[in-house]
Design a protein around this ligand. Structure first.
Ligand code: HPA
Length: 236
């Protein structure tokens, strides 16, 4: 089984809510749909009901593990810090920096699972990322594959000084979910490739203030990325 995890903008993509089922595991409730051996998991729940710091990441990833999911393509809305991916563009994440706090962010919590420190040098699966890259190129989208994602806790957006600091330490894009989710996928031993799509310039980089792409264009970009993810998962 394979899975696609989607974020902001996927709420209205029917693949993520048609025939949705709710299931409770030891970490909590998860809502997802399954079609043709692909699990569609909306991380904010259908209708975008959970802010990033309230998402039950452990329940989501534990559910994928118990469904026997081996490969995930996870998709993230971000703000652009550098021009590597400007708003309306998407790219593959190669590394991340995690500033989130106060979240249940590990399966190795010292209770019944033993203490383990999982390496993050290979957080993104090379073969799966290469497969997505090839699919995108074949469909006419030559995308960058070396995006560095900075995870903030949110739900507030950043200050201009924070964004300038993130740029200096090597961040290309900023979002509120990837660091927590990818670390858990890694702990669960599930192969993952992450795609970031930009919907705005990060704080302080746009003379207009914070301007976001409008909903309709976000939806179009998101369904394109989901199509590419499906094609990739079907051929690996
Ligand atoms: N900051 C944090 N998260 C985001 C942004 C942003 O500018 N845009 C989309 N998700």
């Amino acid at each position: 089984m394979k899975a696609i995890i989607g974020g902001t903008g996927i709420d209205r993509d029917s693949r993520f809510y048609e025939n949705a089922v709710a299931h409770v595991n030891r970490y909590g409730e998860v809502i997802y749909s399954i079609k043709d051996d692909i699990v569609y998991l909306p991380r904010h729940r259908p209708g975008h009901r959970l802010p990033p710091h309230r998402i039950n990441y452990r329940a989501n990833i534990a559910e994928l593990r118990s469904l026997g999911v081996t490969d995930v393509i996870s998709i993230y809305a971000v703000g652009s810090i550098t021009k590597l991916i400007a708003p309306t563009r998407f790219g593959l994440v190669q590394d991340f920096i995690d500033f989130a706090f106060g979240r249940e962010n590990t399966f190795y919590d010292g209770d019944d699972e033993s203490v383990r420190h999982v390496p993050m040098i290979d957080a993104f699966d090379r073969d799966l990322s290469a497969a997505f890259l090839a699919t995108a190129a074949m469909e006419g989208y030559p995308i960058p594959a070396n995006v560095v994602y900075v995870t903030t806790n949110g739900p507030r957006f950043e200050t201009p000084a924070e964004i300038e600091a993130f740029r200096r330490i090597g961040g290309d894009v900023v979002g509120m979910t990837l660091g927590t989710e990818v670390a858990l996928l890694r702990e669960a031993g599930i192969r993952n490739a992450s795609v970031a799509y930009s919907i705005n310039w990060a704080a302080g980089l746009d003379a207009e203030g914070m301007a976001f792409m409008e909903g309709e264009s976000i939806m179009k970009m998101v369904s394109l990325v989901i199509d590419l993810a499906e094609k990739t998962l079907r051929k690996i």
